[in-house]
Design a protein around this ligand. Structure first.
Ligand SMILES: [Mn+2]
Length: 321
């Protein structure tokens, strides 16, 4: 029985993929991302297709669901994710797929929970690395399991993955596939040649980034922000540092695109749902936004940055504790 795993190439996706590969040792691992998911799924010919950590863009939703429906006639499809979908889409997917698991927590946790009875006990480590990579280690399931192990060692190993893959030497899919295979056979991330060194390089870059953000961050109301700060691939941290150095609850990093501004958003206050904030504020200035409650993004027209910042502050004030 041929199995294909389609997963995201970030830390959570790598770990979720490794958990699926632990379960089905002959599976082929393919990486994909929301924008290319339709085509990548379309190209999949297998008896079993396992999809992990892919946020289906809402604008392609009906097309993707149609394709999943069609594919599910010849393949058993198992779907594990943590990016919320509209209720009617969920209902349809539950009907057509063999497994549709989408809930809170990381995709790694969700994938692990489904397969755990068939996995070695130590594979929970991989679920924990994935959870840490996506800031999703606070779930009851992960917290309870963290108490059984040396958390500090697990953070070190998780860091080797999520930092290491930001370095150019692990940027390609072949290198990431190697990480998936190493984890699936029960070895540690730090066993992968060059990964810890890559993580160290990236961490140095992150401290340099902090210095840059400290020098250039501005503030409007409760939002600290930077615009076009070279971020060493660390958009999330630049947004977060912008909040930190300005003493604001929300931080943003703006990047010029051809006809728009790309915005990465982070918050130091976890009671704020950043994805709703991003969506509402961006839509009010003719853009779009979304993501996860603690890590969101938006894209807005080039000349609406000030209005966007004002709108974010207006919403933040309205929900102030
Ligand atoms: Mn994820």
């Amino acid at each position: 029985m041929k199995t294909i795993v389609l997963t995201h190439s970030d830390c959570d996706g790598i770990c979720a993929g490794a958990i699926a590969l632990s379960r089905f040792r002959d599976a082929e691992i393919f990486f994909t991302k929301p924008v290319s998911f339709f085509d990548d799924l379309n190209a999949c010919e297998a008896d079993r297709i396992i999809i992990c950590d892919i946020a289906i863009p809402h604008r392609d939703l009906s097309e993707v669901i149609r394709l999943l429906d069609e594919k599910s006639r010849h393949s058993k499809i198992l779907y594990f994710d943590h990016h919320p979908l509209p209720e009617n889409a969920e209902k349809k997917l539950k009907e057509v797929l063999s497994v549709y698991a989408n809930s809170e927590g990381s995709a790694s946790e969700i994938t692990y929970r489904y397969f755990q009875k068939d996995l070695p006990k130590e594979r929970i480590w991989v679920a924990i690395y994935g959870a840490i990579g996506d800031y999703e280690q606070k779930t009851e399931f992960v917290q309870e399991r963290l108490r059984s192990w040396d958390v500090r060692a697990l953070y070190f190993e998780a860091g080797a993955i999520f930092l290491g893959i930001k370095d150019r030497s692990f940027d390609d899919y072949d290198s990431k596939r190697k990480i998936v295979e190493t984890l699936a056979k029960g070895s540690n991330p730090s066993d992968i040649k060059g990964l810890v060194e890559a993580a160290k390089k990236v961490v140095n870059g992150e401290f340099e980034l902090y210095d840059l953000v400290k020098k250039s961050a501005k503030k409007l109301g409760d939002v600290g922000y930077v615009r076009d700060v070279y971020s060493f691939g660390f958009r999330g941290p630049s947004a977060l540092f912008a909040a930190t150095v300005t003493g604001c609850r929300v931080g943003m990093a703006f990047y010029n695109r051809k006809n728009s501004l790309d915005i990465t958003m982070r918050s130091r206050d976890y009671s704020i749902s950043l994805n709703s904030l991003a969506e509402e504020a961006a839509e009010s200035v003719g853009g779009s936004g979304g993501g996860l409650p603690q890590a969101a993004g938006a894209r807005i027209p080039f000349d609406r940055m000030d209005e966007f910042l004002k709108e974010v502050n207006r919403i933040l004030n309205a929900v102030r504790r």
